[in-house]
Structures are given as structure tokens and as C-alpha cells.
Design a protein around this ligand. Structure first.
Ligand code: HGY
Ligand code: MN
Ligand code: MN
Length: 403
């Protein structure tokens, strides 16, 4: 197992990695994404798996007859956030292939189909909505909504798909495909610090509700060197007050609020901005807390705008309700792995989207620093191999004749 995991890991490692930051830039339908997709197809074919591309651009590698039903599916995503780490997503896909290799070495006999999947555009780094591939398949993002998405250069999602050689005409819900699936188990690097050397693998209990909101702050462009302070309508002030309010209110609510992305027009050093767009990522342990927090941040922005003559507009771009993973499946995994930690996460995943349609579960692999969405994201090889062994155990329990 070690050599197949190590070989695959080494093959993927350089793909889409920035020489300057060391982080990854694998965005939906860009060249790095294409390279990752070619890699996935190679792994599938090298193992004699039936390779399939579904209508939403998700990649599937099948062992057994997909029409037989009750398939056990595992996998994750290969795209990244801007300058993301190596493990978030790819660890789940590489571990899935390595777990299959392990099961074949064990001589396991499958009594139902198995599939390995790469869900497209999980991070939503380019078009702003998280988990586009799995949302489209689960029918929680419509074709019309997907067609309305544009990237920072104004490129529409369907045009980006087409330029990458995919046909966007067919995108949409895929109930027939989901009906083939009996269970989906996603392995993912943990993005907190709850796992230990003693327990490098855990099982997910829940995903916090979370979402992305775009604040538009409309000001008045003017000269930085000649416009009196009292004559200005500078959106930077209202943006700054909103960021500070978000941080303060989130801390008070025991929740999370982050402005990690901002766009300034015209973005000139000697020009007062005409428009600032700030994207809020907010998360909380429950939906009422999240809703209340976002409303407080909205109010703070609007009140600041009234004081400074800035028009504020708020648009919700992405939202994922609280996910409680399938109880019996969660308990079966935890039991099979001998009582490993069961823990929630604030990070969204394709498993969280699919949980509304099929029984899903997640395995987490220890991340010693807890750092993620950063080039510094890291997991120890021995913990990754423990994750592969755990995934193999779980898949054997779910999909193979018991020996
Ligand atoms: O944003 C998230 O939680 C995930 O990484 N898409
Ligand atoms: Mn991520
Ligand atoms: Mn991820």
C-alpha cells in the first residue's frame, strides 16, 4: 500500500503548484484542473476500472456493474482554493485508489459495485459557489443558477466548461446516478487539531452550517490628493467598519466570520475607490446563530453606509445548511475502526452536499498543525497510510464478502 500511495502522491504533488507560493492553483476547468483530471483517468484505467465522466463533469471509476445498485462510493475533489495545500481534496482521492489496491492485495471479494469519484469544483474558487459538481448532481444547484455564474474575468461557467472540452448543455440533477449509490464515504484531511498521534483517524459527526455573502460598497471615485476629507464618499471606510464588526460579532457569538477576498475598483493608489466588493465567509454551530450573526454584520454595514454616504448591497452567493451525517453509517464506521474519535467540522465537503440525497460519512486524517487552505497544510505519511488502511477496512466492511 505504501508504494502505491507514495507513487500517486508524488505524481500529483507538482500539478498546479505555484513556484512562488508553494500553494496550489487548481481551479475549475483551468489547465491544472485538466492535468488532475487526466491523472484521475489514468489511475482508473491502470486498475481496469470503468471510467466515466458524468453530465456535470465529475469523474467516476467503477469496479463492478454500476447498474447493480447499492454501490459504495468513495473519493473527494482535486481542485484547490487559491494557494491551497496539497492534502485538502487530493488526500481523499489518492487514498481511495490506494485503499482499492490494499483490498485487492487482501484478496477481498466485492459483493456490490465500488466507485471512486473526483467531484469537480468543490472549492468554488473560480465561480464562487462551493461544491458545484456535487450540488449539480444532487439537484441543489440548478442549471440556470450554474449558467449565471461568472469568474473574476467575466467568463461564464458554461463557457469555461466548453473551452475545457466539456459539454455544458447536459448539466443538472442526476437522480439516476445517485440511485445507484448505497453509501458515500469521503476521506479528508482534518482541518482542525482534534486528532492525535494515538488516534490519527476520526469519523465525522456533522458539518457546521456555513455560507458566502458578497457585500457591495458603492462610493464615489475621486482624486486622493485633491478631495477634501469631508467631501469624500469613500467605500473603504464602510468596508473596514464592516470587517471589524464581523470579527467582533463573531467572537461574541462563538462563531466564525472571515473577509478573505476583496475587489476594489478602480484599485488605484491615488484614487478613492468607486466600488468595493467584500466576500464574507461565515459559519456557526447552528443555523439560528449563523443567521443572527450575518444579520448583525449586515446591519453594521448598512448603518456605517448611512453615516458615510455609502450604498451597501448584500447578496448570498453560497449556502450549506447544517449536515448531520447518517447515524447508522457513522456508528458502523466508528465501530469498525474500533472506537475512533467522532468529531464535527466547520469545513464544507461534497459529502455534506450528498448527505441530503444518500447515506454519507466521512473519515478524517490527522493534521498536526490544523492549518489548511494554506501551502503550510501538512499530514504525516504514517497518518495518511493509517487513513488508507482505515478506508480499506471500512470499504471492505461495506462492499465486500465478509471473510
Ligand atoms: O470552504 C470549505 O469549507 C471547503 O473547503 N470547501
Ligand atoms: Mn477546502
Ligand atoms: Mn476539501
Amino acid at each position: 500500500m505504501t508504494d502505491t500511495f507514495g507513487r500517486m502522491w508524488a505524481e500529483l504533488l507538482p500539478v498546479g503548484r505555484s513556484a512562488s507560493s508553494g500553494g496550489y492553483r487548481r481551479f475549475a476547468w483551468n489547465s491544472a484542473d485538466a492535468e488532475c483530471r487526466s491523472w484521475f483517468e489514468e489511475q482508473a484505467r491502470a486498475r481496469g476500472l470503468a471510467y466515466e465522466l458524468d453530465r456535470n463533469g465529475n469523474q467516476w471509476a467503477w469496479l463492478g456493474d454500476p447498474q447493480a445498485g447499492g454501490a459504495v462510493v468513495t473519493g473527494s475533489h482535486l481542485d484547490s482554493v487559491p494557494d491551497g495545500g496539497a492534502y485538502d481534496g487530493p488526500l481523499g482521492v489518492v487514498s481511495a485508489f490506494a485503499a482499492l489496491d490494499e483490498l485487492r492485495e487482501r484478496g477481498a471479494e466485492f459483493d456490490r459495485p465500488l466507485a471512486i469519484v473526483n467531484f469537480g469544483d468543490e472549492e468554488g474558487a473560480r465561480f464562487g459557489v462551493a461544491c458545484i459538481g456535487s450540488r449539480l448532481t444532487a439537484g441543489v444547484l440548478s442549471k440556470e443558477q450554474a449558467y449565471a455564474l461568472r469568474d473574476a474575468d467575466g467568463v461564464r461557467l458554461p463557457d469555461a466548461m466548453e473551452r475545457a472540452g466539456y459539454d455544458p448543455a447536459a448539466i443538472g440533477a442526476d437522480q439516476e446516478r445517485l440511485a445507484r449509490v448505497g453509501a458515500y464515504v469521503e476521506l479528508h484531511v482534518e482541518q482542525g487539531r482534534y486528532l492525535t498521534e494515538e488516534h490519527p483517524v476520526g469519523v465525522a459527526s456533522a458539518i457546521w452550517p456555513h455560507g458566502r455573502w458578497r457585500f457591495d460598497f458603492h462610493g464615489e471615485a475621486n482624486h486622493a490628493g485633491t478631495t477634501r476629507i469631508e467631501d469624500r464618499r469613500d467605500p473603504m471606510l464602510t468596508f473596514a467598519e464592516t470587517v471589524l464588526a464581523a470579527r467582533t460579532r463573531a467572537q461574541l457569538a462563538g462563531a466564525l466570520a472571515t473577509f478573505g477576498k476583496v475587489a476594489v475598483e478602480p484599485n488605484g493608489t491615488n484614487a478613492i475607490a468607486s466600488l468595493i466588493r467584500g466576500w464574507l465567509d461565515s459559519r456557526a454551530a447552528d443555523e439560528p446563530t449563523l443567521t443572527a450573526l450575518v444579520e448583525e454584520i449586515r446591519q453594521a454595514a448598512y448603518e456605517s453606509g448611512e453615516r458615510t454616504g455609502i450604498k451597501v448591497e448584500l447578496t448570498r452567493e453560497s449556502y450549506t445548511p447544517v449536515v448531520d451525517f447518517d447515524g447508522p453509517l457513522r456508528d458502523r464506521l466508528a465501530g469498525r475502526l474500533g472506537g475512533v474519535p467522532v468529531l464535527p467540522t466547520g469545513a464544507g465537503h461534497d459529502a455534506g452536499i450528498l448527505a441530503s440525497a444518500i447515506p454519507t460519512a466521512m473519515l478524517f486524517v490527522r493534521n498536526p498543525s490544523g492549518v489548511s487552505h494554506s501551502p503550510a497544510e501538512h499530514a504525516e505519511e504514517r497518518d495518511c497510510l493509517a487513513g488508507v488502511a482505515a478506508l480499506a477496512d471500512v470499504l471492505e466492511d461495506l462492499a465486500c464478502l465478509q471473510r
